[in-house]
Design a protein around this ligand. Structure first.
Ligand code: FAD
Length: 484
């Protein structure tokens, strides 16, 4: 009889763990609270428009990359998946708009054009972007064929940058430039308190064709992984919130969902770590690293996403960081000083013929939206409409004719994130990649609990698609060992 594993969460980490376990002869069943798999790798359809609430840059899309092989193994990418590489990112700061090129030579000239007196700092900065960009990235911890020898051979640039900038923030690196504008632009691209490694990784992978948007977006990534998992015999129960992990004699022996107990030989929690530790395991097992991080580490700000289906393309760039032209609030009194704008003009599958889908992502206070939804559903609905109207007015001022082109409007608030993913404090990517969070190699097992394993974005600071998939693979290896 094959051993049975219950997996909590059908995000990319849960699907990945399921795929590797099924492949190795285990019988697995995934329990997902939402009506569909995908978790944060989310997309949704409205009247023929598809809104992609996730992928902006998927790291590891170059075919010679170890991460690419991982994507292929789990079906996240297929041989014929086209990858869109944006040529630039539009960044607005101090009222001016800069097109930041995503090709190294042009990027260097762009920076020199802004500040010739920073020539030597620009030279070093660009050399380090190049080093990381031409280096292989290793998904998860090194093991197997791409273990330490492979790491040393193929990933020298990556290792050098990690060693050099470990412990340094983006602020510390950008402060080597005299130019205020360069500092402003770079900290718009990556927040100043994040690890500098995140900035080099983002620029390096994007400038070498190793991070892009897979055509078909989150929807196709999840669909392919789900198909792979089901083809291997895996089962997914949607609308199935897990309320408890059953523990007998120090072993995880199954889960409780919708009032029913499902017995198993082991459990993988590929979901929110706080809920797992505090609720599903009722605080019985401490995890010193996660307990400390959950109490103190900075999290990603909760988001509101306002999406528009347009009946025409307006030439809006794929990705822009914008300053509102007039006052824009994501809740009463919560004025926004910058928002992210995305347009899918280039992806024909995102809209009916000649149309486009356009999305605005802005920080929004979780408590306000949760409370309003709970206390006054009618006011919640009105406030959402008000937000959509003010975002539409903002975009109309920027792109004349925008309001006229709107065919569909959709609004997700931080309360939507909680409803569909139960994520801790609305942090859509877990712990932010600060130097301190990144240096914590978060354990996936719990002292005193056998046949149990955590995985996903809460066990690797910074989260992301490739870490979720690599984490699912690592979890499959760990749970196999612990139920032997
Ligand atoms: C707006 C946005 C933009 C992003 N952009 C990028 C990007 O450009 N590049 C990138 O690499 N990453 C990006 N990410 C992050 C990336 O999507 C996530 O880090 C990754 O998908 C996390 O996968 P996961 O499986 O670890 O967690 P999740 O996706 O959170 O999966 C956990 C699953 O568990 C389920 N669950 C929770 N509690 C329970 C319970 N009690 N019972 C049953 N099920 C439960 C949830 O519903 C969820 O489906 C973005 C995310 C967002 C929201």
């Amino acid at each position: 009889m094959p051993k049975k594993i219950s997996i909590i969460g059908a995000g990319l980490a849960g699907l990945s763990a399921g795929i590797y376990l099924q492949r190795d002869g285990f019988e697995t069943e995934i329990f997902e609270l939402a009506p569909q798999p995908g978790g944060m790798c989310a997309s949704w359809k409205r009247s023929g428009y598809r809104f992609d609430g996730c992928i902006q840059w998927m790291v590891g899309t170059r075919k010679d990359e170890p991460i690419y092989s991982l994507y292929k193994e789990v079906g996240a990418l297929a041989d014929d998946t086209g990858i869109c590489h944006a040529g630039s990112i539009s960044v607005q700061t101090g009222g001016l708009i800069y097109e930041v090129p995503l090709a190294l030579d042009q990027f260097k000239s762009f920076l020199l054009g802004l500040s010739a007196c920073d020539a030597s700092a620009i030279e070093i900065f660009c050399r380090h972007i190049e080093m990381i960009g031409h280096s292989a990235l290793i998904p998860g911890r090194p093991c197997g064929a791409m273990g330490f020898p492979g790491l040393l051979r193929h990933s020298r640039g990556f290792i050098c940058i990690v060693q050099k900038y470990r412990g340094k923030t983006v602020y510390e690196v950008v402060n080597t430039f005299k130019s205020d504008i360069i500092r402003d632009i770079l900290t718009r691209l990556m927040p100043g308190d994040y690890s500098a490694i995140a900035l080099f990784l983002m620029l390096g992978t994007r400038m070498t064709g190793n991070a892009g948007y897979p055509l078909g977006g989150a929807a196709d990534v999840v669909r392919r992984m789900e198909e792979k998992y089901r083809a291997l015999g895996g089962r997914i129960n949607v609308n199935s919130r897990v309320s408890e992990i059953i523990v007998v004699g120090g072993r995880a022996m199954g889960i409780r969902s919708n009032g029913r107990v499902y017995q198993a030989d082991g459990v993988v929690a590929a979901c929110d770590a706080n809920y797992t530790l505090k609720k599903m395991l009722r605080g019985m097992y401490g995890h010193p690293q996660l307990d400390a991080l959950l109490a103190e580490a900075p999290l990603f700000n909760p988001l509101a996403i306002v999406s528009f289906g347009l009946d025409r393309k307006l030439g809006i760039p794929f990705f822009a960081i914008c300053e509102p032209t007039a006052g824009l609030e994501s809740a009463p009194g919560n004025r926004i000083c910058s928002y992210h704008l995305r347009s899918f003009d280039f992806d024909d599958s995102a809209a009916p013929k000649d149309g486009s889908s356009v999305m605005v992502m802005l920080d929004a206070p979780l408590e306000y939206w949760l409370r309003l939804k709970l206390d006054n559903p009618a006011a919640y609905k009105m406030r959402k409409e008000h937000l959509a109207d003010s975002v539409a007015a903002e975009l109309d001022a920027r792109y004349p004719g925008f309001k006229d082109a709107i065919a569909v409007v959709d609004i997700a608030t931080p309360a939507t994130f909680i409803r569909l993913t139960n994520v801790y404090k609305g942090s859509y990517e877990g712990f932010t990649p600060t130097p301190s969070a990144l240096k914590t190699n978060i354990r996936k097992t719990l002292p005193g609990l056998k046949a149990f394993c955590l995985c996903g974005q809460w066990t690797t600071a910074g989260g992301g698609l490739c870490t979720a998939i690599a984490d699912g693979k690592a979890a499959a290896g760990l749970i196999k060992k612990s139920i032997r």
